[in-house]
Every structure is written in structure tokens, then in C-alpha cells.
Design a protein around this ligand. Structure first.
Ligand SMILES: Cc1cc2nc3c(=O)[nH]c(=O)nc-3n(C[C@H](O)[C@H](O)[C@H](O)COP(=O)(O)O)c2cc1C
Length: 207
């Protein structure tokens, strides 16, 4: 049976464009696979704690105090959710040209040497194989073409973070030009909805 991990990271709650498109993606997946199982993390609404020295010691070493043990337990839970999923659906607004710090923190907790990636004699190797990711990126401006392309630290960063763990089958759904007026806002959302259907069609049915 298919298992989807849903990550949202907007601070905008019900008004979130990426959150709405993530919900649409999951509804579309469920329409094709009614027995789909889902785990949800609302990183924007319920952030996990940012990294500090104890957190890193707990995540990447042997925990030596309560704070380090708590960080390792949280990391183990997040990694377990990730490993169990065959499909990831991620909502990532652009905040100041990059991803929300809450989503970056989730990656900080799941990027673990020996667990989700490892170093070999020929370089790093991602240990999460065979997963598909659908990533909704929302942004006020236009970054997929034109002069602002070089400012996009959102989509390339997400591709790197996922790819480093071995998740290389990634479909990006872009809702952009959201700040260019109501007409472009509407068009961005309908174009994204069309792209969602295409991405969902490409997800292998494992039900
Ligand atoms: C703090 C903050 C920073 C933002 N920075 C950018 C930016 O650098 N470039 C951009 O195009 N839009 C930027 N935006 C606009 C958002 O990307 C846009 O409103 C998008 O819809 C947010 O996604 P959401 O609706 O899922 O919350 C920013 C919005 C906020 C709140």
C-alpha cells in the first residue's frame, strides 16, 4: 500500500497557496489510490526546534544529556516517517529567495550520515532509493525564466537536499507570479493544478 509523507511549511495557515496545492495533490493521489496512507507534518504551524549544539550532538553522535536524547528521538521519528513513505509531497513557499527555515530544519534532522546518506570512496551516496517527490513551490515573483532566475535559492536547494538522500525523482509544481495581480495569481494556481494532475499521473500505483 502506498504511503505519502506530507510536509507543509507556510506560515499563512489556510490562506497558504502552497498548502492549498499540497492538499490538492494529496486529494488527487487519493482519488487514484483510495487506500493511500498519509503522515502529515505542518512545519510552518508546528515548527520543530532549530539546530543547536545539543541537537547536532544528538542527531549525529552519541547523546550525552537529556536535550541530546530528545533531539535524537525527534530525528529518529522524522527519519522513520521519511523511510516509510514511498511518495513525498512537500509545500515550500519562497521566503527571501530560499525555503522557510522550518523546512530547512526538517532537512537538518533527517540528513544523517550512515542513515539517509553515506560517504564512500567515490563520494557521497544517498540511501533513500525508489521514492518519488512532488514539490510545490510558491513565490510572489518569476524565477523559472527571466532576470530573477539567478536569485532562485529555493528550487535548486530543494533538489540538492532531496538528491543528497537519494530522492532524485522530483516533480516541481511552480505557483509563481503570485504577486503580479489577481489575474496572474489565478492563472498561476490553475497552471499549477494542471501540473499536479500530470505529476500525480506519473506516480507509480503501489496500492
Ligand atoms: C517573509 C516572506 C518573504 C518572502 N520572500 C519572497 C521572495 O524572496 N521572493 C518572492 O518571489 N516572494 C517572496 N514572498 C512571497 C511568497 O513567496 C508568496 O506569498 C507565496 O505565496 C507564499 O507561499 P504560501 O502562500 O504558501 O504561504 C515572501 C513572503 C514572505 C511572507
Amino acid at each position: 500500500m502506498s504511503h505519502v509523507l506530507i510536509l507543509t511549511s507556510s506560515i499563512a495557515g489556510d490562506a497558504s497557496v502552497s498548502g492549498g496545492l499540497v492538499a490538492r495533490t494529496v486529494a488527487s493521489l487519493r482519488a487514484r489510490q483510495p487506500r493511500l496512507q498519509a503522515t502529515t507534518r505542518d512545519l510552518g504551524g508546528s515548527p520543530i526546534p532549530h539546530l543547536d549544539a545539543d541537537a547536532v550532538a544528538g542527531i549525529r553522535g552519541e547523546p550525552a544529556n537529556e536535550a541530546q536524547r530528545a533531539a535524537q528521538t525527534l530525528s529518529n521519528t522524522l527519519v522513520d516517517e521519511l523511510q516509510r513513505a514511498d511518495t513525498l509531497v512537500i509545500g515550500a513557499p519562497m521566503y527571501n529567495f530560499g525555503i522557510p527555515s522550518t523546512l530547512k530544519t526538517w532537512f537538518d534532522y533527517v540528513l544523517r550520515p550512515g542513515v539517509t546518506f553515506r560517504y564512500t570512496e567515490t563520494g557521497p551516496e544517498g540511501l533513500l532509493k525508489g521514492k518519488k517527490a512532488i514539490v510545490v513551490v510558491s513565490r510572489g515573483g518569476l524565477y523559472s525564466e527571466g532576470p530573477a532566475m539567478a536569485y532562485d535559492s529555493q528550487e535548486p536547494h530543494l533538489r540538492t537536499l532531496l538528491g543528497f538522500m537519494g530522492v532524485t525523482d522530483v516533480a516541481f509544481i511552480r505557483a509563481e507570479r503570485l504577486a503580479f495581480g489577481p489575474e496572474q495569481h489565478r492563472a498561476a494556481i490553475s497552471n499549477a493544478e494542471i501540473a499536479i494532475e500530470q505529476a500525480v499521473d506519473s506516480v507509480r500505483t503501489a496500492a
